[in-house]
Design a binder for this molecule. Structure first.
Ligand SMILES: NC(=O)c1ccc[n+]([C@@H]2O[C@H](COP(=O)([O-])OP(=O)(O)OC[C@H]3O[C@@H](n4cnc5c(N)ncnc54)[C@H](O)[C@@H]3O)[C@@H](O)[C@H]2O)c1
Length: 354
């Protein structure tokens, strides 16, 4: 029997993450980069030429191209909704970068478009694909922690030069500050381990960088319907530099994983053990952090391509549009409740008991 044809991708947005996604697509089984679109024609042409793909400076036309099966949206967040909706209406499957869109109402429109078109809408939460995350998932599924009681997470970098891209600090583009930007990754990952939260609240402030409407630090408290709680911090003032970690606590012990360096520590029955992922550490040292990031994007895209072909991987950790909306809703719940006592209710994924 011959292998099924690879899923033909249009990549929209040939900036920082678009370049890494193109590299990841070249290595993802079952996927092929067919076309690159960017409003900056030279940028689209340069990236397309590297990968033997076609180039376009007309994204609205490109998403309707008959020789494209799926669209990868790698543009600034305020463009995600309209690009995704047009692509879905044209019958394409869509994977959109985080954050899904600036506001929860944009996400709702995207979810409706996917439901009407009967096409997949996925969100690029690639932290789910780091090897330490996969190992944590396996151990928890095997019952190592007993019942999950609570989860803690943080994600941060030091701001400054990391914020030099002007749209990053424009809330009209991103919907907020650190919680929407790097925070959307950790909000998703914490919920991935906690389960569906029904309420969230928190605080946010911008006393260091002072970009109007963009918090440097966001602190979130959320709870599930059965009373399990998670805390999350997203920060642009992590003076030690880029890093993230999740701690999952259970009735038998705890598990902590994070990066860099990628490690997974368990403390169960009073015994502490740390796994160091030496092959990963060596390859990253030799090839740079972009290699690690591209490897997680490759696995995420291979998973998405398999799902598009109708053969999703068993136990796939893929994030869908409901996951994407949840992260945006939680950030906005913090913006609404900062300084207010009560939590804001969240939209619960259909089919989840409350
Ligand atoms: N998953 C991750 O780890 C990760 C990392 C970085 C960025 N991101 C996300 O990826 C997205 C893009 O970020 P980036 O850092 O690559 O941005 P970037 O500014 O480097 O690149 C954006 C590109 O999109 C193009 N563009 C803008 N509007 C467009 C439109 N309407 N149609 C077509 N092209 C358009 C720009 O010309 C530019 O080439 C954002 O949502 C960001 O949050 C994700």
């Amino acid at each position: 029997m011959s292998a099924p044809s690879p899923v033909r991708f249009l990549l929209v947005g040939s900036g920082m993450i678009g370049g890494l996604r193109a590299r990841a697509l070249a290595e993802a089984p079952g996927a092929r980069l067919a076309m690159v679109a960017d409003v900056r024609r030279p940028a689209a042409e340069a990236l397309a030429a590297t990968h033997g793909a076609r180039a376009s400076d007309d994204p609205a036309a490109a998403v309707r191209d008959p020789d494209v099966d799926a669209v990868l949206v790698c543009t600034p967040p305020h463009t995600h909704r309209d690009l995704a909706v047009s692509a879905l209406a044209a019958g394409k499957h869509v994977l959109v970068e985080k954050p899904m869109a600036p506001r929860p109402e944009d996400c709702a429109v995207m979810l409706d478009a996917a439901a009407s078109a009967g096409r997949r809408l996925a969100v690029g939460f690639n932290l789910r694909y780091w090897p330490a995350t996969a190992e944590a998932r396996r151990r928890i599924a095997d019952g190592a922690l007993g019942e999950i009681t609570h989860v803690r997470g943080y994600h941060g970098h030091a701001g400054g030069d990391e914020l030099k891209n002007p749209w990053l600090t424009d809330p009209a583009v991103t919907g907020g500050g650190s919680l929407m930007d790097n925070g959307s990754h950790i909000l998703d990952l914490v919920c991935h381990f906690l389960g569906e939260p029904v309420e969230a609240k928190g605080y946010a402030d911008n006393r260091v960088w002072k970009f109007p409407g963009c918090e440097d630090n966001g602190f979130v408290l959320m709870r599930t319907a059965d009373g399990r709680v998670a805390t999350v911090q997203a920060t642009w003032t992590e003076w030690r530099g880029y890093g993230w970690a999740v701690e999952v606590h259970g009735t038998k012990g705890l598990l902590r994983f994070g990066y860099p360096p990628m490690t997974l520590t368990t403390v169960i029955g009073g015994r502490r053990r740390t796994r160091w992922f030496p092959v990963f550490q060596v390859l990253e040292r030799l090839r740079g952090w972009q290699w690690s990031l591209a490897a997680t994007l490759r696995d995420e895209l291979a998973d998405f391509a398999a799902a598009v072909r109708g053969t999703p991987a068993p136990g796939s950790p893929a994030a869908d549009g409901h996951d994407g909306r949840r992260a945006v809703e939680i950030a906005h719940a913090v913006y609404r409740t900062a300084g207010v006592g009560s939590g804001a209710p969240l939209t619960v994924r259909p089919g989840t008991a409350t």
